[in-house]
Design a protein around this ligand. Structure first.
Ligand code: NAP
Length: 360
């Protein structure tokens, strides 16, 4: 008979989990494996709240595997390191992002693209390399193979730096891969949420002109005056959208819900590139005419490999890029999720795990 989450590993652990698709998170006792020779045990300080956490607790994609302890934007302190661990020492400040395992021998892994390994395991709602279920960062600690642990640069604050571990790398990686970094070019960022607001900051650091394309007129002032965007388009304003047709070189699309690609493709110049990062629960329609007639390209991208994630953290430290956050206590998570569902967050919730998570 399968062991219970509380007894399958030797070390007691505590976090908050969703038990069914209502998505309501409640206290949850489970267990963590012993620290192996290649492992780092991390005492979790902060964990960001990604929209993927919300999609997963609500079973939007149909593959949630309850109970789910979400959380993949983790910053903490290494409290134990295995004897083969060379990159970390006890007491180091470290990060853990979206993936915590891969085969480490396939073509993707050999190219530092663990995120595309067919056997990659996610930090939560997945099966880890030891064959047991993974539980994420809404919890007191986590045990991770050193390959999937990141050095957290000195200049980055732990709380507002945590979202970079998913939101940061998810927008940085496609900008590098698809060649969307040429200074002076025009980047559109669709959806001003957790990913989108970091894309604005990274785009500006690459020297791009950045326009936010948003469904929320109330975000205009902040987009320009706080986040540094050059301009702001309300996607439901037909006149402004029309005036912007054919003006953008690239678009990063972070919208979390089903939406039309046609107006976004229209904003691109000939040879423009649209990278879709959002993961709505239903497929989007792909309009072919604007693609064909303007030699435009639509691509996707999934977080980033470990080497590139480390590079992104160094880049953000160098350019003083962090997330704008609302720091919450663990027991405020259900209200935070309700607000996230309504795009009502400026711009990432981060849980103060170490100061607010305590077993009942
Ligand atoms: P978020 O903070 O909720 O931001 C999403 C934004 O999308 C919202 O702030 C809103 O921006 C816009 N939006 C939401 N519903 C909309 C609707 N019905 N119509 C038009 N716009 C809408 O979410 P996030 O954490 O940035 O994540 C965004 C998406 O990326 C999620 O689907 C998530 O699962 C996915 N994701 C993908 C990866 C990857 O590797 N590809 C990694 C992480 C997350 P405005 O108010 O400005 O319109």
């Amino acid at each position: 008979m399968a062991k219970s989450p509380e007894t399958e590993h030797p070390n007691k652990a505590f976090g908050w989990a969703a038990k069914d698709k209502s998505g309501v998170l409640t206290p949850f006792h489970f267990s963590r494996r012993d620290n192996g020779d290649n492992d780092v045990t991390v005492k979790i300080l902060y964990c960001g709240v990604c929209h993927t956490d919300l999609h997963t607790i609500k079973n939007d994609w149909g593959f949630s595997y309850y109970p789910v302890v979400p959380g993949h934007e983790i910053v903490g302190i290494a409290t134990k390191v295995g004897k083969n661990v060379t990159k970390f020492r006890e007491g180091d400040r470290v990060g853990v992002g979206v993936i915590t395992g891969s085969c480490q021998s396939c073509e993707s892994c050999n190219q530092d693209l663990e995120n595309y390994c067919p056997q990659m395991s996610f930090t939560y709602n997945s099966i880890g390399s030891d064959g047991t279920k993974t539980y994420g960062g809404y919890s007191e600690s986590i045990v991770v193979d050193q390959r999937f642990v990141l050095q957290f640069p000195e200049g980055l604050p732990s709380d507002s730096g945590a979202p970079l571990l998913c939101a940061g790398i998810t927008v940085y990686s496609p900008m590098k891969y698809y060649g969307m970094t040429e200074p002076g070019k025009h980047l559109g960022v669709a959806g001003l949420g957790g990913l989108g607001h970091v894309a604005v900051k990274i785009g500006k650091a690459f020297g791009l002109k950045v326009t936010v394309i948003s469904s929320s007129p109330s975000k205009e002032d902040e987009a320009i005056n706080r986040l540094g965007a050059d301009s702001f388009l309300v996607s439901s304003d037909p006149q402004k959208m029309k005036a912007a047709i054919g003006t953008m070189d690239y678009i990063i699309d972070t919208v979390s819900a089903v939406h039309a690609l046609f107006p976004l493709l229209g904003l691109l110049k000939v040879n423009g590139k649209l990278v879709t990062l959002g993961l709505p629960e239903k497929p989007l329609e792909l309009p072919i005419f604007p693609l064909v007639l303007g030699r435009k390209m639509v691509g996707g991208s999934d977080i980033g490999g470990m080497k590139e994630t480390q590079e992104m953290l160094e880049f953000c430290a160098k350019h003083n890029i962090t997330a704008d956050i609302e720091l919450i206590k663990m027991d405020e998570i259900n209200t935070a999720m309700e607000r996230l569902a309504k795009s009502d967050v400026r711009y990432r919730f981060v849980i103060d795990v170490a100061n607010s998570l305590s077993p009942p």
